[in-house]
Design a protein around this ligand. Structure first.
Ligand SMILES: Nc1ncnc2c1ncn2[C@@H]1O[C@H](COP(=O)(O)OP(=O)(O)OP(=O)(O)O)[C@@H](O)[C@H]1O
Ligand SMILES: [Mg+2]
Length: 348
């Protein structure tokens, strides 16, 4: 995988856990891939704000790792030995959400056969992660606002106020500012949440991480699936580098699992990729890798860029070299020499 060297720069939605304390700060990011400058910035921000107890709003497209980062914030904070309670506000039936969050008293509504402790109370001392907060109803937005302001609430069917000590981390894939403008999200709640925003980049904004993800998922999958898929061809990796990844890391993780399980051993080749991805070698443009503090090899990066452009021109001209040379405004002999040097071949 030549790219590794080249880009080495840079129950219905509720989970409760008592996280074990990591022995040092780095453990908070264990298993989180992020060599790119954009992700390194996110990690440094998490380190700075984790202990502050300030409310954090994580924003990012689906599959960018919002859940992982929320967990990392908790693991990095002084609350790490206390519960981390996660609730997906978009995945719980509207009529149950209030009871899930604040608990209820026996008999408060049909089906409430016993008292129930809500997630806010369960998270006492620790962190509550309000995932997909942009998908909450207006009614609940009012109730959440009160907890954010006063850290107290009344369980459904009770008039007794419960006070809790919780750190709030929220996440959404929506543009909450836009939702406020549209009248879907309360402005006062927005400003309560928008204390420390953390924006997670999409995978296409940090393509230099793709080779690291590939290595990471190969390692993990070979262990869990008992396979021996050890590497990926340059051509396959090139195609993956150019894909738009609308499903971000989740899409990449699922694709890696599919390919590793089906392949079982050896090298992932371009033919193992989905058809739409294979074709991208010729249609999309190459994206510049990020330059991290470690730097990057300019001549290798430039060669890779040149290789991509030559390949693209050849595909566009059905490998008629005269025409490809014209497109690139070089002599045919120059083009032929470069095709040899880069060992470019037409895919079957
Ligand atoms: N930086 C990363 N390193 C390793 N794995 C990652 C990373 N980011 C995401 N993943 C993996 O990708 C998948 C999606 O991550 P996660 O659920 O945290 O994303 P999300 O932003 O919360 O998505 P959604 O908005 O759909 O809930 C998970 O399996 C997660 O482990
Ligand atoms: Mg999520």
């Amino acid at each position: 995988m030549q790219h590794l060297a080249m880009i080495s720069d840079g129950d219905a939605g509720v989970v409760i856990e008592n996280s074990g304390a990591p022995s040092n700060p780095i453990d908070a990011f264990e298993g989180i891939v992020g060599e790119s400058a954009r992700m390194q910035k996110v990690f440094r921000l998490v380190e700075r704000v984790a202990d502050s107890d300030s409310t954090i709003l994580i924003n990012g497209e689906t599959g960018t790792g919002k859940g992982l980062i929320a967990h990392a914030i908790h693991k990095q904070s002084y609350r790490k030995d206390q519960p981390f309670v996660s609730i997906n506000c978009g995945a719980i039936a509207e009529n149950l959400l209030e009871s899930e969050l604040f608990g209820h008293l026996k008999g408060a509504f049909t089906g409430a056969t016993a008292n129930k402790v809500g997630k806010f109370e369960a998270a006492n001392g620790g962190t509550i992660f309000l995932d997909e907060i942009g998908d909450m109803s207006q009614d609940l937005q009012v109730k959440i606002l009160k907890v954010l302001e006063e850290r107290c609430f009344e369980p459904v069917g009770s008039c007794k106020t419960v006070t809790v000590n919780v750190r709030i981390v929220a996440a959404t894939h929506r543009d909450l500012e836009e939702e406020v403008q549209k009248g879907n999200f309360r402005e006062d709640l927005f400003y309560r949440l928008f204390v420390i925003p953390i924006a997670l980049p999409s995978l296409r904004e940090r393509r230099s991480d793709i080779p690291h993800f590939v290595t990471h998922f190969l390692d993990c999958l070979n262990k869990t699936k008992k396979t021996q898929v050890t590497t990926i061809s340059d051509e396959a990796l090139n195609a993956m580098m150019q894909h738009a990844w609308p499903g971000n890391v989740r899409e990449l993780a699922n694709l890696m699992e599919r390919m590793v399980v089906i392949k079982g051993e050896g090298e992932i080749e371009v033919n193992d990729l989905p058809a739409k991805m294979k074709n991208q070698t010729s249609t999309d443009s190459f994206c510049a890798p990020d330059i991290t503090a470690d730097g990057l090899c300019l001549s290798t990066a430039v060669s890779e860029f040149e290789k991509q452009l030559i390949y693209q021109s050849l595909e566009k001209t059905k490998w008629v070299k005269n025409r490809a040379a014209q497109l690139l405004q070089v002599k045919r002999t120059t083009l032929v020499e470069k095709i040899k040097r880069y060992e470019l071949q037409r895919c079957a």
